[in-house]
Design a protein around this ligand. Structure first.
Ligand SMILES: *[C@@H]1O[C@H](CO)[C@@H](O)[C@H](O)[C@H]1NC(C)=O
Ligand SMILES: *[C@@H]1O[C@H](CO)[C@@H](O)[C@H](O)[C@H]1NC(C)=O
Ligand SMILES: *[C@@H]1O[C@H](CO)[C@@H](O)[C@H](O)[C@H]1NC(C)=O
Ligand SMILES: *[C@@H]1O[C@H](CO)[C@@H](O)[C@H](O)[C@H]1NC(C)=O
Ligand SMILES: *[C@@H]1O[C@H](CO)[C@@H](O)[C@H](O)[C@H]1NC(C)=O
Length: 330
């Protein structure tokens, strides 16, 4: 009896801190076994990052908690990679090393946060999703990777919604160096459902099945260019977008931000910042024939259709634009 009630009290006090927020979970990640006790503050991988000094938010402060040798998240060129995103490690395939054990719900294996509503992972519903992203640096030494080195290569705009989340890997991703690449998961949720929270989890990754060796272009800072009715902007400003390779969105920290939007207009991994849903197929050195500096009045860039074999929706849209122009010229 005493044991049961102690266990129950333990369980109940454990639950509230375990639920809420979300992170990617995989043995290749930095901080895989970090619990709420590892640091003198709750620095579990699912804890949100805001108003932090660089050392605390970058890689979630987990660079000293690397994965075991040989653990890589494999990214098959031209195919989807399935990640697991959850509010607790116990809700993933990796529950065995979770402090609370297996909390998966057999009847709904795809749930991000067992026994709680979607507000636990900061959304009011499917229409309120703001997307998440995977970024890559072609450097196996994570400690040497700087914010300016990461390029977003895949976006899932309907994230965080299901535990198993697919990220399409661009077909032309070149192979990683001998020690593999360094990757990270990024997510900023809707302002309707919580504070100014950034999420970042670093992990070791490797491109498999590469068929191209063209390097990624140097990533630039994304710009707010889509329609934004919540802020009274009814039309997109396509010339204002950063096209091609883009850095992740670093927002609301004490240091090293590249986004300076206010509390109620966070930057997102959506069309609002020209992060199209799926593979970012236009991030390579040869992806564009012409890439003018963005501004609200700038002309649109010209995609290299010879190199971009599997165009993103942006590419298709732009090419349709070009075809229209050509037809007009005839
Ligand atoms: C995490 O913990 C599990 C279980 O204790 C252990 O087998 C594994 O090696 C640990 N992984 C890391 C990266 O420390
Ligand atoms: C986003 O993930 C969901 C769940 O795995 C998947 O059904 C969807 O196709 C993914 N979206 C893209 C663009 O890959
Ligand atoms: C990365 O994948 C490639 C292709 O499968 C493989 O040859 C290489 O050994 C892998 N690198 C690491 C560090 O595992
Ligand atoms: C253009 O992008 C900048 C930088 O993100 C943003 O501040 C500005 O509001 C955007 N203007 C238009 C018209 O989209
Ligand atoms: C366009 O792509 C082709 C095929 O990859 C490449 O040979 C060519 O150099 C690219 N053009 C430019 C301007 O990068």
């Amino acid at each position: 009896m005493t044991f049961i009630s102690a266990a129950l009290v333990g369980f109940l006090s454990y639950l509230p801190s375990a639920l809420g927020h979300a992170s990617l979970w995989h043995p290749s990640m930095y901080g895989f076994n970090v619990t709420d006790k590892t640091f003198d503050y709750d620095n579990r991988p699912v804890s949100p990052l805001m108003n932090m000094p660089f050392s605390q938010w970058w890689f979630h402060g987990h660079l000293d908690f690397p994965p075991n040798d040989g653990d890589f998240f494999e990214l098959p060129a031209g195919k989807p990679a399935t990640a697991e995103i959850a509010c607790n490690k116990g809700a993933t395939s990796f529950f065995a090393s979770s402090e609370g054990g297996d909390i998966r719900v057999p009847s709904s294996p795809n749930t991000v946060c067992p026994n709680s509503g979607p507000d636990a992972f900061h959304t009011k519903g499917f229409d309120d999703l703001t997307g998440c992203a995977l970024a890559i640096a072609y450097n196996s030494d994570a400690a040497a990777v700087q914010p300016e080195d990461f390029t977003v290569f895949s976006v899932n705009q309907t994230c965080v919604w299901t535990r198993f989340t697919d990220f399409q890997v661009p077909e032309r991703m070149p192979p990683c160096p001998p020690g593999g690449c360094t990757c990270a998961f990024f997510w900023i949720h809707s302002p309707d459902s919580g504070g100014e929270q950034n999420y970042m989890n670093g992990f070791k990754c490797n491109i498999t099945g590469a068929t191209s060796t063209v390097p990624l272009a140097a990533p630039k800072v994304a710009r707010r260019c889509g329609a934004d009715s919540a802020n009274g902007k009814w039309h997109a400003a396509p010339g204002n977008c950063t096209y091609g390779a883009k850095q992740p969105l670093y927002w609301f920290q004490q240091e090293r931000n590249n986004m300076f939007e206010g509390t109620y207009s966070p930057p997102f991994y959506t069309d609002l910042y020209e992060f199209r849903d799926g593979p970012q197929d236009d991030i390579f050195e040869d992806s564009y024939l012409w890439l003018p500096d963005p501004s609200p009045t700038a002309p649109l860039p010209v995609l290299n259709t010879t190199s971009t074999t599997t165009p993103s929706s942006a590419g298709r849209r732009r090419r349709r634009g070009l075809e229209r122009r050509r037809r007009v010229a005839y």
